[in-house]
Structure formats: structure tokens, C-alpha cells
Write a protein that binds this ligand. Structure first.
Ligand code: SAH
Ligand code: SF4
Ligand code: F3S
Length: 441
């Protein structure tokens, strides 16, 4: 019997979201369709994240939920993909008896073949070796993902930075760039289907091209993408502060489609913590880059990631993080309690910070940043912005979109606006997490 319906549960970052879109596209191509709930699916995929312990726990609890389903319907194929799959490999099959296959981060294109094997009731499968040339991983790029207006485009795989807290180099393999002509072809094809905005994905997009023999860099890629017919906006994530340079500032300043927003993870305001993290920059170097970016683009939005409670972080170190937030005034931040991860250097460092201290530091970060973010939103009131209409909220019928600076806007008078349209709006109210607006006349 051919399995006709699938359900994909996705955890983690945009890389994983995009990988799930690719898997869905492959299954659609086999004539299958998405089930609305796991219980009704014949193929169940959990695309996993292991960036922090909590993320990994979620995976095991999801797998626990699916155990009774497998007992009731033994023909259901259950597959774990993504970073926990890559990290645990064969061990996952041993730990979870109702699992059929473990699909590593370099193997999602094997999904159809693996389903055939599961159907033929061959042995349970693990496919987790890293491949040497990642170009082949992109053959399965979906024509269209979940969003008809915005699309992800992977430009790099993996990461070779080995920040001492981070599991990604172990779960995604070494940093490898895709060839520029393939990226250009994919973006041109997406723009031809009505995609207006792309987000270029990589763990360290600022290092794009450094591993390729051709000698082109990230700013060159941006220049080539700018001007593809139909494409209105280009975003990219994530940038690494060490590799963020003047050529990228110039591209952001001069290229019309490149949006005025950068996600530039700082991680800590303390030089000794940054050094123990192996981030490759000091706070002063980071600040100089931010100042130079703001000199060129005064209204640029800057967002960041911060970790509190890295091993050995003293109260004085932590105060430097708070001072950094006050000095830079990020538009928004994502902040995390340090979580010890397998294989990483930091897990065996001395002076791990007690959970209660991490919780307290995180709440101080939240309190400060919430005020700053709200002040930004308030100060936007009355201004005129361009938004790209992305969709319509089913509950309220409001059209939503984002400003070029990546702020979410809900439109109060959505008449006659279609997803994909660029609309000039006047911000009427700045809320904690979003902006309200009306169409500007
Ligand atoms: N490649 C990106 C980030 C990838 S992970 C970069 O280098 O910026 C996203 C964020 O998760 C990181 O920026 C970091 O803030 C956080 N993170 C990663 N490992 C973590 C860990 N072990 N504990 C807590 N936060 C972590
Ligand atoms: Fe992890 Fe550092 Fe690589 Fe980002 S740059 S993915 S934080 S190792
Ligand atoms: Fe998580 Fe893997 Fe992304 S660990 S954050 S899904 S690269």
C-alpha cells in the first residue's frame, strides 16, 4: 500500500523550516498530501533541533506522543530528521523502539528511497554521514514553500566556527557555500512564481564564498541578486560579527532590494566571555561595526542573540551585557540561558552557573530589552513605511506584513490589498510585539 498522507513536525531554526519545506515538496511530488494532524498521517516526520537541552527534550516528548499511535497503526512510518538525528545517529533507534528511520541533516533528499525501504520492511535505517560536496543537497529546493510571497534560499550549509557553546558544527557539518550560479537560478525561478522576498540562509552568511575557489564574496552575491525581475526584497541571516565588513555595509546601503535590517548575534557584552566563547571579536570591535553601519544607514534595524550564564560568567561580566544592550539599543533580541551541549568545548569548562542565577539574569535582560523594543515601536507611531503584504489573518481578516526593517505590521483597513503587494502605510500604534497601521494616503 502506498502511504498517501504525511505530517511534519518542525523544531528549531529557519534552516530546519526550510528543510521541512523541501521534504514536503518531495512527498507532494510522490503524490502524497499533508495531513492536518499526526493521527491521520501515514508518514510522520519529526524535524528536530538540539541547540539547547530544552529543544532536545521537546523531541523526545513528541516521540513519546507518537508511541501509542504506532501501536494502534503499526504501518505508520515514523522518521526523525534534523539536528538531533544527526547528533544521536544510531543511538536514537536504540532509544526509541517505535522509530523507523533516522535521517541526518545531509540526507533529506533520500527521503523517498527511505520510505520505500520502510515499506519493504527492510531493517530500520540510519543515514547520517556528512557528504563532502553539499551542492547536491539543494537539488530538492521546493518550487514554493509554505508562504506564497516570501521564500528561504539556502546559500551555505554547516558551520566551521566552533563557538565553544554551540552544537551546530557537529549537527550540520563544515561550512560550505553553494555555487553562485545555482543560487541565482533558484532565486530567478522563485521570483518567476511570484515570490517577492527571499531570505538567504546560512549559519554565517557573511563568510559566503570564502570556501569556494572562484573568489567571490557575500557582497558580490547580493549585487548579483539585486535586480532579478519581480524580486522586491532580500534579507539574510545569520551574520557573524567577525565577518561583517564594509563591503556588506556598502551593499546594504546601495542595493535597493537589500533590506535595512541585520541580525548580528553579539552573545555577550564581556570580552572575557566572548573570548571563552571563541567568537573572534571584542565588544569594541562589534560596536565599531554597528556604529559604522548606523553612519551609513541611520534607520537600520539591528537585532541580536544573547546568552546569559555562560560558564564562568561573573556578575561583572553580566553587567557588561546589560550595558551593551543599553549602549547599542537593539531593535529586538533573542536571549537564552546557556545550555551545555554534547561534543562542545564549553560543556567541560569549569564554573558552570547555577540555574537560579541564569534565570535571574535572563529576566533582567528581558526587562531591559522589553522597554527598549517598546520604545522603538512607540517612536514609529506616525511614520510612513513600506510593507510587503504577506497574508491575511484568518481570525481578524487583517492583512499583515513587515517593514523593510523587519517589524510586523497589522493593517487595520486591509481592503483591496493582495498578498505580494508593496503598500505604503502610516503606523498608528506601536505595541509590544508589533505595529498597527492604516494605508497611507
Ligand atoms: N549561526 C548563528 C546562530 C545559530 S544558533 C550565529 O552564529 O549567530 C542561534 C542562537 O542560539 C545563537 O546565536 C546563540 O545565541 C544561541 N545558542 C547556541 N548554542 C547555545 C547554547 N548551547 N546555549 C544557549 N544558547 C545557545
Ligand atoms: Fe554556532 Fe557559532 Fe556556528 Fe553560529 S557561528 S552556528 S553560534 S558555531
Ligand atoms: Fe537547531 Fe539545528 Fe537549527 S540545532 S537551531 S535546527 S541548525
Amino acid at each position: 500500500m502506498t502511504r498517501r498522507t504525511y505530517y511534519i513536525e518542525t523544531y528549531g531554526c529557519q534552516m530546519n523550516e526550510h528543510d521541512s519545506e523541501k521534504m514536503a515538496a518531495m512527498l507532494d511530488k510522490l503524490g502524497m498530501s499533508a495531513a492536518s494532524a499526526p493521527d491521520t498521517a501515514e508518514v510522520l516526520i519529526i524535524n528536530t533541533c538540539s541547540i539547547r537541552e530544552k529543544a532536545e527534550h521537546k523531541v523526545y516528548s513528541a516521540l513519546g506522543k507518537f508511541k501509542s499511535l504506532k501501536t494502534r497503526k503499526p504501518d505508520t512510518a515514523i522518521i526523525v530528521a534534523g539536528c538531533v538525528a544527526q547528533q544521536e545517529k544510531n543511538k536514537l533507534l536504540k532509544k526509541v523502539p517505535h522509530l523507523d528511520a533516522v535521517l541526518g541533516t545531509h540526507h533529506i533528499s533520500e527521503l523517498p528511497r527511505i520510505l520505500d525501504k520502510i515499506r519493504a520492511k527492510k531493517s530500520r535505517i540510519t543515514s547520517t554521514d556528512f557528504v563532502e560536496d553539499v551542492q547536491s543537497l539543494h537539488m530538492v529546493a521546493p518550487l514554493k514553500g509554505a508562504n506564497p510571497v516570501c521564500s528561504f534560499v539556502t546559500i551555505m550549509q554547516g558551520c566551521s566556527n566552533f563557538c565553544t557553546y554551540c552544537v551546530v558544527p557537529f549537527t550540520r557539518g563544515p561550512e560550505q557555500s553553494r555555487h553562485m550560479d545555482e543560487i541565482l537560478e533558484e532565486v530567478t525561478r522563485l521570483a518567476g512564481t511570484g515570490i517577492r522576498e527571499i531570505t538567504l540562509l546560512g549559519q554565517n552568511v557573511n563568510a559566503y564564498g570564502k570556501d569556494l575557489a572562484r573568489g567571490y564574496a557575500f557582497a558580490d552575491l547580493l549585487r548579483h541578486l539585486d535586480g532579478i525581475p519581480g524580486l522586491a526584497r532580500i534579507r539574510f541571516t545569520t551574520s557573524h560579527p567577525r565577518d561583517f565588513d564594509d563591503s556588506i555595509i556598502a551593499a546594504m546601503t546601495n542595493l535597493e532590494t537589500v533590506c535595512e535590517h541585520i541580525h548580528l548575534p553579539l552573545q555577550s557584552g564581556s570580552d572575557s566571555v566572548l573570548s571563552a566563547m571563541h567568537r573572534g571579536y571584542s565588544f569594541a570591535e562589534y560596536l565599531a561595526k554597528v556604529d559604522s553601519l548606523r553612519d551609513s544607514i541611520p534607520h537600520v534595524a539591528i537585532t541580536t542573540d544573547m546568552i546569559v550564564g555562560f560558564p564562568g560568567e561573573t556578575e561583572a561580566d553580566f553587567m557588561k551585557t546589560l550595558e551593551a544592550l543599553e549602549r547599542i539599543r537593539f531593535d529586538q533580541i533573542f536571549s537564552f540561558k546557556y545550555s551545555a551541549r554534547p561534543s562542545t568545548a564549553a560543556q567541560s569548562m569549569p564554573d558552570h552557573i547555577p540555574e537560579s542565577v541564569k534565570i535571574e539574569r535572563l529576566s533582567r535582560v528581558h526587562e531591559l530589552q522589553d522597554q527598549i523594543t517598546e520604545q522603538y515601536h512607540r517612536s514609529a507611531e506616525g511614520s510612513v513605511e513600506e510593507i510587503l503584504a504577506e497574508g491575511i489573518r484568518p481570525q481578524s481578516s487583517q492583512v499583515f506584513g513587515r517593514t523593510r526593517t523587519n517589524k510586523i505590521v497589522n493593517l487595520e483597513d486591509p481592503d483591496l490589498i493582495c498578498p505580494g503587494e508593496l503598500v505604503r502605510v502610516r503606523i498608528t500604534e506601536g505595541l509590544k510585539h508589533s505595529l498597527r497601521a492604516v494605508r497611507a494616503v
